[in-house]
Design a protein around this ligand. Sequence first.
Ligand code: MFK
Length: 570
Amino acid sequence: MAFVQDPPRLHHLYRSDRPLRALLRHLLPAGVLKSCEVSFDRLGELGAGPLYRMQLDDRLNEPRLVPWDAWGNRIDRITPTPLWREAERLAVEHGLIADAYEQAFGMHARIVQFAKVYLFAASTDIYSCPLAMTDGAARALLDAGNEQLVARAVPHLTSRDPDRFWTSGQWMTEAVGGSDVGASQTVARRDARGWRLYGRKWFTSAVNAQVALTLARPDGNPSGGRGLALFYLETRDEHGALNGIRINRLKDKLGTRKVPTAELELEGARAEPVCGLGDGVRHIAPMLNITRMWNSIVAVALMRRGIALAKDYATRRCAFGGRLIDKPLHRDTLAGLEAECQGALHLTAFVAALVGRSESGVASVQQTRLLRLLTPITKALTGRQAATVVAEAVEAFGGAGYIEDTGIALLLRDAHVLPIWEGTTNVLALDAMRTAMDGGMDVLHRELGFILQEARASELMRIGARIESAMEAIDAHLCGGRERGGIEHDARRVALSLGRCTALALLCRHAQWARDAGWGDGAIAAARRFAQHGLDLPAATSFEDTAALLGTAAAAAGEDMAFGPASFGP
Ligand code: MFK
């Protein structure tokens, strides 16, 4: 009989995830953990079982845009996949957004949410995208303090009732600038009934939302982000007709194919200013910060999924006379991925904890600054880690990982969006540098010192010393860079290094706690391995080397390096 390989299986997502359970035991008061554990357990069971099976079975089904009905009416209807409908119901019933706003868990609310999203995300085909934007919209509306819009929308956005629940879009990106949002061309004009928006939004994720927050430039406003205003709109009227919006087409994307991402034409969509008629970028920033936190959680969830499948597969797959899990080199590869995933887990949970403190009014000024610095850093680092770790996990399956109907390839395609949307690594690095140079670096340096005081075991203190010297080197580098005017050149290396130092310090603190609390020394091993991978110190690179590598040095010296048509002529 021909050989047939036993496929990889998922184990209960919560019960089998020891790093997660130890982290929650460490961070949450016993009463909070007890009251949430039923939900964690249920999500862990659904994610490993029915939702995962549904994801595999429904692999080829994608949302479709139906622009017209049979009688010639423009309808622009998008039908989400069955898994998305189920995911919405579950997310609402388990309070994935509501938990953060009801304040039943006080400053711990965002850690509870973190755990639920982490358990939910990998088996629900990026339904986390509309949830992230919905959470972000609720936050931005509340922060803006527009009582009328808060009363109108927030109860829907944070509802636990699937019949009342609304999702929100975040329509920022225009063809002219995905990163440089200040260049947006959409305009807002006032008529007798209020404001109308005109323009084209180039990437609008989960476009089947009931509401959206978007940016537009009121007539007469100056250029740049300050001239934009933040608007709230409802996508359809009470009869279901679109509100001056035409969906031109759905995007044909590398991954996240279950997310209906559209190009939209705003043709006089009615909208309301959320917070005055300017400073739109600043007013939408609270939404961005929440979606960036979600991005980090999903990054950890996808890493965990790749590793869980690869580990299970290694126990079933035999080659060269033995199981992969018994081969030293394969074990070493998986262990490296595990250490990265655990570092990302702790870093992201720390950011979630800071968000919870901030929202419940107990964050100090220093913690507020820390959150502002660590949100882009964490998003940048975890997005890059997810792309790398998931790619390695796929490779751990050999050719099977490259095949679509194993469900493994999907992970890779979906993970690749994480370093791109919600701010690319470089844009986030620049954002982080601004805060770092404005006192944030000192705050982080001090905070890591406090965190490391709790890691008393000698092997952890040795790692702590490496973190300290890395932080000092980064500090010196930033000071030198400021003098040379060269911060931007090294911003990515600096931001990722700061993320790695912070993740490692948190791992060390947790490792001490885990040893003391009888959870064993797995976290110490993770810290040691994470440290071995490097803190990625910004090397002393030069502008000249960069120019030479890109060929621009020669161009600057008058030698044309461009391969234009003339290069191929006689
Ligand atoms: C899987 C889960 C997640 C999935 C959800 C994904 C679905 C959604 C898909 C998308 O929508 S992707 C599109 C996401 N787009 C971006 O993330 C934009 C990336 N670009 C940036 O972040 C740029 O840095 C930025 C647009 C902010 C630059 O614009 P500007 O006009 O040059 O603004 P500027 O001068 O940097 O900032 C204006 C003000 O906002 C400043 O405050 P002041 O007015 O008081 O000086 C900034 O300090 C403030 N600000 C900017 N970013 C902030 C912020 N404040 C707090 N937090 C931030 N992140």
